[in-house]
Every structure is written in C-alpha cells, then in structure tokens.
Design a protein around this ligand. Structure first.
Ligand SMILES: [Zn+2]
Length: 239
C-alpha cells in the first residue's frame, strides 16, 4: 500500500490568537487537538505519515499553510479551528465547488465527530456540512477540510476546558481522516500474544531486525532511538 500523507493544520498561532474568550485562545486549543490527532493516528493506524503545519506557537500566513501541504504532496489536509460568535455546535467547511472526494471527506469526518460530540451534549451548528471559498481550501491541491470544533465565547467553553472532550474529539477527527484514506488499523501485539522479544543493540535498524525474524515490527514508538535497552515485541506483520 502506498503511504498516505496527512497534513494537519492547527489554525492561527504566534501573534494571531484566533478566537478568544473565557480565558481561552483558539491557537492553543487547536494546537492541542492537532497534536492529539497526530498521536492517535500514529498509535492506531498504519500505512501513513502525518505532519503538522506548526507544532509550536508560531504564525504562518494562510498561503504558506497551503504551500506546506502542497509541497508535502499530502493526500488530505485538515485545518482545525474553534469558533466565535456566541453560537453553539460543530461545523466543517469544504471548498465551494465541492468534488465527490470532498463530499466524501466531509461526510465521513462529520459522522465521526458528531457521534462523539453528542456524547458531550454538543450538536451541529445548523447545517454542519458547509461550503466556503476559504484560502486554505482554495489553494490546497488535495482534499481539504476546515473544522470549527465549537464556540469559545458561549456555553461551549466549558467543553473546551474539559481535557477528555478535547482528546475524544481529536480522536474522532483522526478516525474520520483514517476512514477517508482507508488506513488499516495497526495491530498492537500484546505481551500475551507476542512470541518473541528482541533487545535492540546499538546500530540496529528496524528493517534488519525485521529481516532477521522474517516479519515486520508491529509497532515502534521511537524509530530514531534504537540504540539502548529497547525491547521490541516480535509479532505479526501489520503493514
Ligand atoms: Zn480560526
């Protein structure tokens, strides 16, 4: 399977806080959600790589965000935002002239997100599947979607202060993107089913270990730190 590339865009940042209210700033919330989303994708799916347009509190122009995604040759782009305007509920936007792929992305993402949101008493903000001529949607060359989680300046702010809500919603975003791309779930080998263990020595590479055991390594958190006291469970091929 070809590796699918996911570009997650935490909106705003640096000098641009985005929406503010109730002691919260959009730029911080969307960075948190985007990082949780990346982590969930890496922990639970295989056959993909995922990058953020920013992983710190820095400002990028909208055109730069689109360029980052285009240069990366991403298969999907998701720009995460939090709303303001004293409303309530979740909504998402795709480009005005929505292709079949864009509609599919929006449908699968919104289904996942709203199912999770409803557990917290949060619904859709009117018609949740919206269209807009936004720059990051217009200038990106791959299927792109912009999400507005809920409202920072309404009763929704209580949810935004709930870490479980942020995590669950980030995971729902991740599942939506994974479904859209058809990613396979990573099989995490549990210690009960793992047959063998291998303690990594300095200089080992993952591919060499996999060759040695005639398998692939099911899951490794830290691919760049294979040099000491690292035990890998040798298990089934999951790729
Ligand atoms: Zn925003």
């Amino acid at each position: 399977m070809m590796t699918k590339k996911i570009k997650i865009d935490p909106g705003h940042g640096g000098k641009d806080p985005g929406a503010v209210g109730n002691g919260l700033q959009e730029k911080d919330l969307v960075l948190t959600i985007s990082k949780l989303m990346k982590e969930y994708l890496e922990d639970n799916y295989t056959g993909h790589e995922v990058q953020l347009t920013r992983s710190t509190d820095v400002f990028h122009e909208l055109s730069k965000r689109a360029k980052i995604a285009n240069d990366y040759d991403a298969d999907v782009f998701i720009s995460n935002h939090v709303n303001a305007g004293k409303g309530t509920g979740y909504e998402s936007y795709v480009y005005t002239n929505a292709s079949a792929a864009l509609k599919a992305l929006q449908n699968v993402l919104n289904d996942e997100v709203l199912a999770t949101a409803r557990k917290y008493g949060l619904g859709a903000h009117g018609e949740d599947r919206k269209r807009a001529n936004y720059q990051v949607l217009r200038e990106t060359k791959m299927p792109a979607i912009l999400t507005e989680l809920c409202y920072i300046d309404s009763k929704d702010n209580k949810l935004l202060k709930n870490d479980d809500f942020l995590k669950d919603m980030a995971h729902a975003y991740a599942r939506g993107v994974a479904k859209f791309l058809g990613l396979l779930k990573a099989k995490v080998v549990t210690s009960a089913s793992a047959k063998r263990y291998y303690t990594v020595a300095k200089g080992d590479t993952v591919s060499a270990i996999a060759r040695e055991y005639d398998t692939t390594i099911a899951k490794i958190k830290d691919w760049n730190n294979l040099d000491s006291k690292y035990t890998i469970q040798i298990g089934q091929n999951c790729v």
